[in-house]
Design a protein around this ligand. Structure first.
Ligand code: FES
Length: 267
């Protein structure tokens, strides 16, 4: 992983403030945390700042720190640790995150990276001349089953070929990103097998009432299975067995005895 630093001063805006809607959202988000734990809102607030301005500026880091009563260095540590936070301006219409981890690499991600180098910019995290597109290589995004894939903002585009990714990039650059269907770019439903089901191909039948085909024949009524139910004969599932939750006095007495034993051991 490369060193992550804030963008140079010449790129940093003078100040930062949340839009009216985002300010309301930020206050509500902070209130979700228990008293004394408001600093836990640091990640959602930084992410909202990024969604608002496209990247996390130094002024945004300081603003979030002030809102949460945190030292600037603590929020800077969070922003520079997580690669999900962009510390420099990225493409305004698409930031293409190409997964380069092994399953995607074995299925052609290197060719996708080459495409980004030629189509967008030679260097990652560097916007094209118009400032509309940028790219970077990222680690596994959890869609290996449909490798290779890319993320663009919050959506993933899977089962890619160079041609399919080039078309997606073209559409985002033309401002038509919202109309690109996320998920698999081939004929499959989510991660179902390519070309249709290979198992469980029989039509499902209902265990109660009519069959799935709408037959008037009543289905076979099966009793509920006992699989997974507690065996009440087993000692540990005996309802009479007392637990700390049901026998608070017993639990307290036992805790007192353990405390006394510990005191004796110290003597
Ligand atoms: S390896 Fe690419 S999504 Fe997991």
């Amino acid at each position: 992983m490369s060193v992550r630093r804030l963008a140079e001063e010449s790129l940093q805006p003078q100040g930062f403030s949340f839009s009216a809607d985002n300010a309301v959202w930020a206050e509500a988000t902070i209130r979700k945390y228990p008293e004394g734990r408001q600093q836990s809102a640091v990640i959602p607030l930084l992410m909202r700042a990024q969604e608002q301005d496209g990247w996390v500026t130094k002024a945004a880091i300081e603003h979030v720190a002030d809102m949460l009563g945190m030292p600037y260095i603590r929020v800077l540590e969070v922003a520079t640790f997580y690669t999900q936070f962009q510390l420099k301006p990225i493409g305004t219409r698409a930031h293409v995150q190409v997964c380069g981890t092994t399953p995607c690499m074995l299925r052609g991600s290197e060719a996708l990276i080459d495409l980004c180098r030629h189509r967008i910019h030679h260097d990652p995290l560097t916007p094209n001349a118009a400032g509309t597109l940028s790219w970077e290589e990222v680690e596994c995004q959890g869609a290996c089953v449909n490798a290779p894939m890319v993320m663009i903002f919050k959506d993933s585009y899977e089962d890619l070929t160079v041609e399919a990714l080039e078309e997606i990039i073209d559409r985002f650059e033309a401002g038509e990103g919202a109309s690109v269907k996320p998920g698999p770019q081939i004929e499959r439903i989510y991660s179902a097998p390519e070309g249709g089901l290979t198992t469980l191909t029989e039509a499902p039948t209902s265990s109660a009432g009519s069959s799935a085909q709408g037959s008037a024949q009543p289905g076979v009524s099966l009793p509920p299975a006992n699989a997974g139910r507690a065996n009440a004969d087993a000692e540990e599932t005996d309802p009479k067995l007392k637990t700390p939750a049901t026998d608070k006095q017993g639990a307290k007495a036992s805790a007192d005895v353990s405390g006394e034993n510990a005191d004796k051991a110290k003597e």
